[in-house]
Design a binder for this molecule. Structure first.
Ligand SMILES: [Zn+2]
Ligand SMILES: [Zn+2]
Length: 289
């Protein structure tokens, strides 16, 4: 059971969860060629792709050419009805995709299954797109022990109720979008700075750490075993800034959490969620793996 960020950030987002037989993508903001290249680098094959779960319709999360690719390969997209409307408005070809049964709709706060034992739970996030979702995925089937994954990117704020739905995870992919000082002092137009730092923008490094801090207050064991820092801004963040914020939190020796930082220009190393001896896997991994 592996999780890999194939692409992350404002130029495109795509991650993959693979149980050795089936793979699902979360978001598809990259071209088919980039997808196939990243799959190859990470040791996956397109033949195992069973579906794509769309979080929202900002351009860094879906790609019209990838939709055509999925249509050709009969790979369904799981999305909210408002996403379908937005995509159709931009891409009339979506009608044929929908008519062929490849658009499958999920509802907020309502679990859905994409394959036996793959249970997804969509939660609404505060973000300036048509409905935006984060997901908790619990995989329970006869082949593998139970694995739980959380995915939260593109959110301006969090609240306690949201955090409480993301306890006891094997892995959490959490947005560390920007360093607040770099954002405030950037040469970006004021409206953009306000948009990103607003309640419907993106989570800063500080906000992400506060999220983890609240999760820890519920019990150290509630923290995820692995954390992936995602959706880093290229202009107003760096892996060093995001990691420095996280390392302050990890100074608490009671916390036993591994982390990885996704970067826009490279595919991160796959995280094997069932690997008993994580250090045996270390030679393939970067950062603190
Ligand atoms: Zn967005
Ligand atoms: Zn985004």
């Amino acid at each position: 059971m592996r999780f890999t960020m194939l692409a992350s950030g404002s130029k495109g987002n795509c991650s993959i969860i693979d149980d050795g037989q089936s793979s699902y993508l979360i978001d598809g903001g990259i071209s088919p060629r980039t997808l196939e290249t990243h799959l190859k680098i990470s040791g996956f094959t397109p033949q195992r792709l069973r579906g794509l779960i769309l979080t929202h319709t900002h351009g860094d999360h879906w790609n019209p050419r990838l939709l055509a690719y999925c249509a050709e390969k009969k790979i369904p997209w799981y999305l909210h009805k408002t996403h379908a409307r937005t995509i159709y408005d931009q891409l009339p070809e979506f009608k044929a995709f929908w008519e062929s049964g490849l658009a499958r709709f999920y509802l907020p706060n309502t679990p859905f299954e994409t394959a036996p034992g793959w249970n997804w739970f969509p939660v609404i996030l505060s973000h300036d797109s048509s409905e935006t979702f984060g997901f908790r995925l619990d995989i329970k089937n006869a082949q593998v022990p139970c694995v739980s994954i959380g995915y939260l990117a593109d959110l301006g704020i969090w609240d306690k109720a949201l955090v409480e739905q993301f306890t006891d995870l094997d892995l959490l992919a959490l947005e560390f979008n920007h360093d607040e000082d770099l954002q405030k002092n950037s040469k970006r137009p004021q409206f953009l700075i306000e948009r990103i730092m607003g309640n419907e923008g993106h989570l800063s490094n500080y906000q992400a750490v506060c999220f983890l801090d609240y999760l820890k207050s519920l019990g150290v064991s509630k923290l995820p075993k692995h954390l992936v820092q995602v959706h880093l801004s290229e202009q107003c963040n760096s892996p060093e800034h995001a990691q420095a914020a996280l390392k302050l939190f990890l100074k608490d020796s009671t916390i036993n959490m591994r982390f990885q930082t996704a970067q826009s220009k490279k595919t991160t190393s796959p995280i094997n969620l069932l690997e008993k001896n994580l250090f045996a896997f270390a030679e393939h991994l970067t950062e603190n793996y």
